[in-house]
Design a protein around this ligand. Structure first.
Ligand code: GLA
Length: 460
């Protein structure tokens, strides 16, 4: 385990970097002066470990090259001014001396930025924030499961830290940004923010929580990872799918803990039940079989089992956007989580020991992960299943949905010598036949190598 350091400050010659140069030009055109610094935070692709981070379990993502980049100047106006290089995203300004209010219904792009600002402001209890002007440039396709929203929160956190002359370690930034993104209303875990700060070029990472740490995972050299977008947009914050799963896992935690005589009121994550029992993941899967039934649970049944009132159920267990839900699939969700947690550990150990059959072993784990997401966690959609199917037939040894799901991207592990024919087949079978998909293909189907983490750039 490496010592936790601060995000690097890199002096950069813009002659070698078209994107920085273009953003600098856009900033100068907009604000009539030069930026003071630039902050960069990448998106990610999760290789395995879906919907387990908020249950306390480890995940295995890598950063992608696509990112959020912001150009920033500082002034004494005590106003924060935001603009975006994409004209679809409107300018916004907010006072740095008043409490920052983050809209939860139908959040706009600037709301994610404000989450990062508020996270830093609260962490240092700053009575007022320095005035700044920012132009933001994003290359991560939105609503595609590649974490464009978290990268924006992380970039904003980094910008606000730097502009206000504060210093934080990568781990501290990741924790602050994971927490403050919840102001949007989605109860995410910490995967996206952690990999955005802790990523290192050339390696995937095992991210563990409580305490947060990241360990290198050396991917096998004979295969590459290809990302493909099913072109169904999934905006976590605009629907309640995501929080319903979080709530189902929370209820399953309490039901399992109560049956085993644990202090169930205090426990909120499925991993805590395992820790308290000192059980293996295998044993947790048996416990799920023994204790939970596969029919969905009604509110009344849960209240009776836990000995709580319907009011307590609503206030203690549900979030504000899940108040309408009447039935909860506890057995299926808990089985997915304990099974997926164990697949992450298997994946890591195959990468560590690199047996001769590493690639098929990892591929099988990815396939099992997708089946579990689709059938037990129900976080896929028909287009994504179709895409995963096409990817498998096109030569992937493993293919699965990545990110929250319900749309967005699949990640496929493809033997290096088959990449070209794989891409050709997926293009011909999935993208070309539908004009909408064909139009999106360029930013929707690409090879991805593990990229580096968040950085501050200063022009040399
Ligand atoms: C979103 C959340 C993450 C994680 C994934 C699902 O990306 O932000 O914390 O829960 O979904 O694995």
């Amino acid at each position: 385990v490496k010592m936790d350091s601060n995000p690097p400050h890199l002096k950069t010659n813009f002659a070698d970097n078209d994107r920085l140069q273009m953003l600098k030009n856009a900033f100068e055109k907009k604000y009539g002066k030069s930026p003071k610094f630039y902050a960069h935070a990448p998106g990610r692709v999760n290789l395995i470990g879906e919907h387990v981070d908020y249950c306390g379990y480890s995940v295995l993502p890598m950063a992608i090259e696509q990112s959020i980049l912001a150009a920033v100047s500082v002034n004494d106006s005590e106003t924060i001014e935001l603009a975006n290089t994409n004209p679809q995203y409107k300018d916004f300004r907010v006072s740095g001396t008043e409490e920052i209010d983050i809209g939860k219904d139908n959040p706009q792009w600037h709301n994610y930025f404000l989450c990062g600002v508020k996270g830093i402001q609260e962490n240092f209890s700053l009575p007022s924030l320095v005035g700044m002007q920012c132009v933001v440039d994003g290359t991560i396709p939105a609503s595609s499961g590649l974490s464009s929203s978290s990268a924006l929160v992380c970039c904003a956190g980094l910008v606000t830290m730097e502009a206000n002359e504060k210093s934080l370690s990568k781990v501290a930034l990741a924790e602050i940004c994971a927490k403050c993104e919840r102001y949007i209303g989605t109860e995410g875990g910490g995967m996206d923010q952690s990999i955005s700060f802790l990523a290192e070029k050339g390696t995937a990472k095992l991210i563990e929580f409580n305490p947060l740490r990241a360990t290198d995972v050396q991917l096998p050299s004979g295969a590459v990872f290809v990302i493909s977008n099913c072109c169904v947009e999934m905006n976590k914050a605009a629907s309640s799918h995501f929080n319903i799963r979080v709530v189902e896992c929370r209820i399953a935690t309490k039901m399992l803990a109560k049956v085993k005589g644990l202090e169930w009121k205090r426990l909120v994550k499925l991993a805590q039940v395992q820790t308290e029992l000192g059980a293996s993941l295998e044993e947790m899967l048996s416990l799920v079989e023994e204790v939970l039934h596969s029919d969905a649970y009604s509110r009344a049944e849960i209240c009776q089992a836990l000995g709580i009132t319907p009011e307590q159920f609503s206030t203690d267990l549900l979030s504000s956007n899940t108040q309408h839900v009447t039935h909860f699939k506890l057995y299926q969700r808990a089985r997915h989580v304990y099974g997926e947690a164990s697949r992450v550990l298997c994946f890591k150990s195959v990468c560590d020991s690199q047996p001769a059959d590493s690639i098929p072993l990892l591929g099988d784990l990815m396939k099992e992960s997708h089946a579990s997401c689709r059938d037990l966690y129900e976080c896929s959609c028909p287009e994504l299943d179709q895409l995963v199917d096409i990817c498998s037939k096109a030569g992937a040894v493993g293919s699965r949905l990545t990110g929250a799901g319900w749309g967005g991207c699949a990640v496929s592990m493809v033997p290096s010598d088959k990449v070209e024919s794989f891409i050709r087949t997926v293009r011909e079978t999935f993208y070309a036949p539908e004009p909408r998909r064909a139009a999106m293909e360029k930013q929707s189907l690409f090879v991805s190598k593990p990229g580096g983490g968040a950085t501050i750039f200063i022009e040399e």
